[in-house]
Design a protein around this ligand. Structure first.
Ligand code: MEV
Length: 434
């Protein structure tokens, strides 16, 4: 396949032409498809072009909403960006279900974020400890130009600790730092602080250690593992409120709790279970312009914190009361990053009435809990495919380019019949062959 140097310096049109010519059997069509997704508003398109390098076009995801979420007695319409057909419907159903049963309760347990300066040192550990004690305050001092504004608002660097990791890796030490970044996700703030800390650490070390003993910085970077930036969301209700029939309600509660226990002890199930939770979490994280990869990495590490990958949600029956909750680490921002740049992100945050980062943590945790409730409810009752295929029906109809008349007839037919790919194909064939 063709290669090129200086690609990033070409104009967008030149990039598309080169790619279309070298990588597509129908260059004209490839080029047209990419251009089909350009925004007519040139200013808006330029904004998107400049989010990243080598932008060719825009990649659409549906931007939807799950209304009627009662969280701490406030009603939210939650924006979600997601392509999977059943996710928003499931969230909306769970919101409606719990609205009648007291709604969701959520609380932020902690908001500490972490960053580390990783370095090697092969000298006397006692000398390093003495040095660190002597200069620790100077490290805080050196970051003042960066932390000044954050401190004014009540955030900043909470701690800088020297950690000896030589048991795990020869000569490896770190400066383990904790931060409070308030409404910012804080990646840039944390990384700037860490790089300054590393630079000052080395400068100060030059007066303390001989050339042979000098510590060597390997890297300075925030951690996306944030087990001390935690939020909890929960729902609860008397068991008999779970269904109209008392026996049915009891059976449901028991099977639900058993399903969560299975996801706690069985990693194969836990991964799918948590994937369902992330359907809800990622879609709100994306809609609000946050970094879903950071959230994913941190959440899954947290799910494995006991040495085995486990369910992120828990459930129990306590004195006739059904309780279901989630506790997850979420480092989110409602200022900075894309939040004031991307028009749909701004809109999403306005839809949520401009939440603080803490409030957004609660909303996102609730979205994850709701999604999991809807999935497990289906799994232990009707099975997942009934609802899933109903929502997927539109995708199948689109795949076969069904006309409006065909769509109405097929949708009507499947109100009373089970949707499957082959059943849709059959009925379309029947309609098309008279
Ligand atoms: C599908 O995207 C998510 C589920 O598989 C989650 C689950 O099994 O709990 C339905």
């Amino acid at each position: 396949m063709a290669q090129i140097s200086g690609f990033s310096k070409l104009s967008k049109e030149e990039k598309i032409n080169w790619l279309a010519k070298n990588y597509f059997s129908n260059p004209q069509k490839a080029s047209e498809t990419l251009q089909l997704y350009w925004n007519k508003d040139k200013k808006l398109q330029r904004l998107h072009d400049e989010f990243t390098e080598n932008t060719l076009s825009n990649y659409y995801l549906p931007f939807g909403v799950a209304p009627n979420f009662n969280i701490n007695n406030k009603i939210y319409a939650i924006p979600m960006a997601i392509e999977e057909s059943s996710v928003i419907a499931a969230a909306s159903n769970a919101a409606k279900f719990w609205q009648k049963r007291g709604g969701f309760k959520a609380e932020v347990l902690n908001t500490n974020k972490v960053g580390q300066v990783h370095f090697n040192y092969s000298g006397d550990p006692k000398k390093l400890t003495d040095f660190f004690e002597e200069i620790q305050a100077k490290l805080f001092e050196a970051t003042k130009p960066i932390t000044k504004n954050m401190e004014k608002r009540g955030g900043g660097i909470l701690s800088i600790d020297l950690v000896d990791k030589t048991d795990a890796l020869a000569n490896y030490f770190q400066l383990h730092c904790q931060f409070e970044t308030l409404d910012a996700m804080g990646a840039n703030f944390i990384n700037s602080c860490l790089e300054q800390i590393a630079e000052s650490f080395i400068n100060l070390a030059a007066n303390f250690f001989t050339a042979d003993e000098m510590p060597e910085i390997i890297m300075s970077i925030l951690s996306n593992y944030v087990p001390d930036c935690l939020v909890k969301a929960e729902v609860s209700c008397p068991i008999e409120d779970l269904a109209d029939d008392k026996n049915e309600a009891e059976k449901f509660a028991e099977k639900f709790v058993e399903a969560i226990k299975i996801a706690t002890i069985e990693p194969y199930r836990a991964v799918t279970h948590n994937k369902g939770i992330m359907n809800g979490i990622d879609s709100v994280v994306l809609a609000t312009g946050n970094d879903f990869r950071a959230v994913e990495a941190g959440v899954h590490a947290y799910a494995a914190r006991n040495g085995q990958y486990q369910s992120l949600t828990q459930a129990k029956i306590d004195n006739g009361v059904f309780k279901f909750w989630i506790e997850i680490p979420l480092a989110l921002g409602t200022v900075g990053g894309l939040t004031s740049l991307h028009p749909l992100v701004k809109l999403a945050l306005e839809m949520l009435r401009k939440p603080s980062a803490k409030e957004l943590m609660q909303i996102v945790a609730v979205a994850g809990l709701a999604q999991n409730f809807a999935a497990v409810k289906s799994l232990v009752t009707t099975g997942i495919q009934e609802g899933h295929m109903k929502m997927h029906l539109m995708n199948i109809l689109n795949q076969f380019e069904a006309t409006n008349t065909e769509r109405s007839k097929v949708i009507e037919h499947f109100k009373a019949n089970t949707v499957s790919h082959s059943a849709v194909v059959d009925i379309l064939e029947q309609l098309r062959n008279g």
